[in-house]
Design a protein around this ligand. Structure first.
Ligand SMILES: Cc1ncc(COP(=O)(O)O)c(C=O)c1O
Length: 321
């Protein structure tokens, strides 16, 4: 029994992936109450602000999000009684937009920009709104180092305990870099030999040295100079193209019952390619499956079966930030 829904965040299952001789275990973060890994960071950022007295009854929470952090913040705001305003880009999926509104959040939609640092980006708009709104707090997942700290304190120890310290490889998609940096730091402190492997979009801002090209995988992709990303704890950054990840979505759902979002497919692709070459039979890899495919059903990645149809679908849903 849990006292509140907030206590139900975390303790997600770790499930072995079938159809591979390597020991790869998926951490099903989409089973968090808000549907993604971001429940953890949103809760941590809000609790830290409450502890410092920056959030009090009657405060307004304002943040920028490509979707999941905003959804988690909206859910937690609903439980704790804060009014929540989330600034998003027009590229957000219809499902995520509807979910934000269902939790009672006020949503402000802004034109998509190539860079998060653009003065017109949804992040810049959220900062400006926060500055002119009295009694507001901005958790700011993109620039607040507490984002990585959340995963250092919550997700890292959970993975260590669930694998009873046998984990040898950790794979996670990077957007802000909070998940990979926080968990990576925790695991390296327990055992410096654990390999920490991030997955970035092949045409992200970081991967292209500042010349990004649109890509369809949502949530993943390092599209700014992230102060949250701590490369000290990351051994490798693997690059995934849409064409690597998206075809896996239907396979994971239809052959394994794993209805996951595009960033999870990118992590599955990267981990399987890496494991085939570098992992031994006794090694134990943990992969983060960050959110559910239910947030992307309108993009029909899960029903289009020919490569041509999937590639056309990807073209229709390109996102930069
Ligand atoms: C589904 C999903 N996967 C991965 C990530 C990347 O996580 P992080 O921002 O901690 O790097 C995000 C971020 O929004 C996400 O929504």
């Amino acid at each position: 029994m849990q006292e509140t829904l907030l206590h139900a965040i975390g303790n997600t299952p770790l499930v072995r992936l079938p159809h591979t001789s390597k020991k790869l275990y998926a951490k099903l973060e989409y089973l968090n109450p808000g549907g993604s890994v971001k429940d953890r960071s949103a809760l941590f950022l809000i609790m830290q602000a409450e502890r410092r007295g920056q959030l009090k009854p009657g405060s307004i929470i304002i943040d920028a999000s490509s979707g999941n952090q905003g959804i988690a913040t909206a859910m937690i705001g609903a439980i704790k009684g804060y009014h929540v305003i989330i600034c998003v880009s027009e590229k957000i999926s219809a499902e995520k937009l509807a979910t934000l509104r269902a939790y009672g959040a006020e949503v402000r939609i802004f034109a998509a920009t190539d860079y998060l640092d653009d003065p017109h980006s949804y992040h810049a708009q959220a900062v400006a709104l926060h500055q002119r709104t009295p009694n507001s707090y901005m958790p700011d997942q993109y620039f607040n180092p507490e984002n990585a700290l959340a995963h250092y304190h919550l997700l890292g120890p959970e993975i260590w305990q669930q694998t009873q310290g046998t984990i040898t490889h950790f794979f996670a998609a990077a957007g802000t870099g909070g998940t990979i940096s926080g968990v990576g730091r925790y695991l390296k402190e327990r055992n410096a030999n654990i390999k920490v492997i991030a997955v970035d979009a092949a045409t992200s801002y970081r991967a292209t040295n500042g010349n990004p090209q649109p890509y369809a995988i949502e949530g993943m992709g390092i599209d700014f100079n992230s102060p949250v990303l701590d490369t000290e704890y990351i051994d490798e950054i693997l690059l995934a193209h849409d064409a690597d990840a998206l075809p896996l979505l239907a396979q994971l759902a239809q052959q394994q019952g794993l209805l996951v979002g595009p960033s999870s497919a990118a992590v599955a692709w990267a981990a399987q390619s890496y494991a085939a070459e570098h992992m031994h039979a006794d090694d134990v890899g943990v992969l983060i499956f960050g959110d559910s495919g239910r947030a992307y059903l309108s993009k029909s990645f899960y029903t289009t079966n020919t490569p041509e149809a999937r590639s056309k679908e990807a073209q229709n849903s390109l996102t930069l930030v």
